[in-house]
Design a binder for this molecule. Structure first.
Ligand code: UDP
Length: 385
């Protein structure tokens, strides 16, 4: 008898897991997807009017340092090289991002060399902060007040809806500072965009006769779950428990799109760092595929707000109160049998696509090993501390 598995959610976690389980075990898999499409927040589809491949839930650039993950995704679809360039609008001027030699020269009206820029930044950095405890301290410690105010304070306040001092330092660690003119937004060895879009890649991952995808199918943990040998849940962990202890904090993003002729802003992403501009950034999606030609262009203004009941959760906030709540839900989860929690929403972490894929690959291995040796399968892929 083949194993019967249920995977809730068809984002990267669910799709990679399904792909690996059917490869390594005799099993049948149902995937419940509550939306009318697969691929979660990575979903892409062509805009009807312009023909441009649109990242429906905001910009997704595939980047990783791990060759095995790059090879894995490339084995399903073609990726083309893509360098993400982002500009920042602040106080009526356009600056280069991530902070690099040009940004420093622009903001401070200087002609720094790499060496003099380093020395200058050293004078700006607040050395009284030894161990940065939050986003603000991290910024002040490494780049000082002026750069923090210009590029991070307003943007972060709009993006996260709270004072940067309330946020974990780890959010800022995502952004490099460079003492040269390299304005590649990412630091990774492998970066690219799938030529056919992310939804096609997910489709390929799920393309197997033993995998049945059920779209528009909402999962309820109080519903019919006993017919499965194991459930892999990639939805929000608090939703599994019906928000019994309260809701975990997320930011959601709403978009305002418009179509124009030609090229709207000359770059894929323009960040708006002033606090008084209501949106955080404008993404122009045709620049994701420079190998395609389109007469028209479609742009998306992004607005960030607190997630309420009917919104799509995007960014886990992980404030102190959220972490306490998360602990309670995780405790409760470990008491369930035959359920595992996987991915950004079920583990409540800010994860890139390559993290999600790496973790799902690893998890499928440990799950399969546990199943075959008759030991208890892992509940979570990670420990929380
Ligand atoms: N950030 C900022 N100013 C910028 C870009 C980023 O303050 O111009 C901060 C902000 O808090 C954001 C975080 O850095 O949430 C991570 O930025 P990234 O561009 O990686 O965000 P994502 O694309 O995941 O939304």
């Amino acid at each position: 008898m083949p194993f019967r598995f249920l995977i809730v959610g068809s984002g990267f976690s669910g799709a990679v897991l399904a792909n690996q389980l059917v490869k390594n075990l005799d099993c049948r898999i149902d995937i419940f997807e509550e939306r009318d499409h697969i691929a979660g927040n990575c979903h892409t589809s062509r805009d009807e009017e312009t023909g441009i491949m649109v990242h429906r839930y905001g910009p997704h650039i595939f980047n990783t340092d791990k060759k095995e993950i790059w090879d894995f995704v490339n084995s399903f679809t073609e990726f083309r090289p893509y360098v993400h360039r982002v500009k920042a609008m602040y106080n009526g001027n356009v600056y280069s991002l991530p902070v690099n030699l040009l940004t420093l020269n622009q903001l401070f009206k200087q002609t720094f060399t790499p060496q003099s820029a380093r020395e200058f930044l050293n004078t700006l950095a607040d050395k009284t902060i030894i161990e940065p405890k939050n986003f603000e301290e991290q910024a002040l410690r490494f780049i000082g007040k002026e750069l923090y105010q210009a590029f991070f304070y307003g943007y972060t306040k709009k993006q996260w809806g709270c004072e940067p001092a309330e946020l974990p330092a780890s959010i800022l660690k995502r952004i490099p500072v460079r003492f040269n003119y390299d304005d590649n937004y990412h630091n990774n060895s492998y970066t690219g965009i799938p030529v056919e879009g992310y939804t096609y890649l997910i489709q390929k991952l799920l393309d197997h006769p033993s995998v049945s995808i059920h779209l528009n199918k909402k999962f309820s943990s109080s519903g019919e779950v006993s017919s499965y040998d194991h459930i892999f849940y990639t939805g929000p962990i608090d939703a599994w428990f019906n928000y019994e202890y309260g809701r975990l904090g997320y930011r959601t993003v709403t978009f305002e799109s418009s179509i124009h002729d030609g090229d709207y802003q000359g770059v894929t992403q323009m960040n708006y760092c002033d606090e008084n501009i209501p949106y955080t950034r404008i993404a122009e999606h045709k620049h994701f595929t420079p190998w395609e030609h389109h007469e028209k262009t479609i742009v998306f203004k992004e607005f960030s707000k607190e997630t309420t009941k009917d919104d799509v959760p995007y960014y886990p906030k992980r404030l102190n109160q959220d972490k306490k709540l998360l602990d309670q839900y995780r405790q409760k989860a470990t008491m369930l049998s035959n359920v595992s929690f996987l991915g950004r929403l079920a583990t409540y972490r800010y994860m890139d696509m390559h993290h999600v894929i790496g973790e799902a690959l690893q998890f499928s291995k440990s799950f399969t090993a546990a199943l075959l040796s008759g030991t208890n399968p892992p509940v979570f892929p990670n420990s929380e501390n």
